[in-house]
Design a protein around this ligand. Structure first.
Ligand code: URA
Length: 217
């Protein structure tokens, strides 16, 4: 099997990498206990995050190596913002925070009403100056797409202009909803699964990402 990033012309990048596949399999396996689930989520977030930030703009800065001065590239302040969709987004955020300690971080609290499957907004705390950089909205399971689309709405209302969505697994329904509501937002995912079941779960999926990450199953 060849593992190379697949940049889809439909605004979706399925990040293909041997380790991403390995971590995804660990996440999907119902036998995986919470500590291993967390470790796999962290590993996968580093790979997805690296891919989604591959083209971040850098500024040239002189740096003194022990031997001489050279021009090198650095991230400027306000180049990257991370927005976690509570609560499951926290699973991805942990690794991303380590990957880019310079990133400012925001949170949007949304839960899915179990009967309507519609997102209910209950919390928001977003950083200033999001208009200046790339905003990575992180939501592990892109199921119906309504939570991700609502989170992107909030980010746009708060000034975000250049936005990407990072998810572990997407359903075609979620991708379609995001493309319809936010065609400007590129989606980075580890896998595109078959579809949703009657309860709004992604099949084959990995179950409830938040419950498995936080141990609330
Ligand atoms: N949220 C999850 O955690 N899992 C799904 O399959 C769908 C939404």
């Amino acid at each position: 099997m060849i593992h190379s990033p697949t940049a889809g012309s439909d605004g979706v990048t399925i990040v293909s990498h041997a380790l991403a596949t390995h971590y995804l399999t660990t996440l999907r396996d119902r036998q995986t206990a919470m500590p291993a689930f967390r470790a796999a989520m962290r590993g996968l977030s580093l790979i997805l995050g690296a891919e989604a930030t591959r083209d971040l703009p850098l500024v040239a800065r002189p740096v003194d190596t022990p031997l001489e001065t050279m021009e090198a590239g650095r991230l400027e302040e306000d180049t990257l913002f991370l927005v976690s969709v509570l609560r499951a987004g926290e699973g991805l955020l942990e690794g991303l925070r380590a990957l880019v300690p310079e990133a400012r971080i925001g949170h949007v609290g949304l839960y899915r009403d179990p009967s309507t499957l519609k997102p209910v907004h209950y919390y928001e705390h977003l950083p200033p100056r999001m208009d200046r950089g790339l905003v990575l909205v992180v939501d592990p399971m892109l199921a119906t797409g309504s939570s991700a689309a609502a989170a992107v709405d909030r980010v746009k209302q708060h000034g975000g202009r250049h936005i990407r969505l990072l998810s572990v697994i997407a359903a075609p329904e979620g991708v379609a909803a995001m493309r319809a509501q936010h065609p400007d937002v590129r989606i980075f995912v580890g896998a595109l699964d078959r579809g949703l079941d009657d309860h709004g779960y992604i099949r084959p999926g990995l179950g409830d990402a938040g419950d498995r990450y936080f141990g609330t199953v």
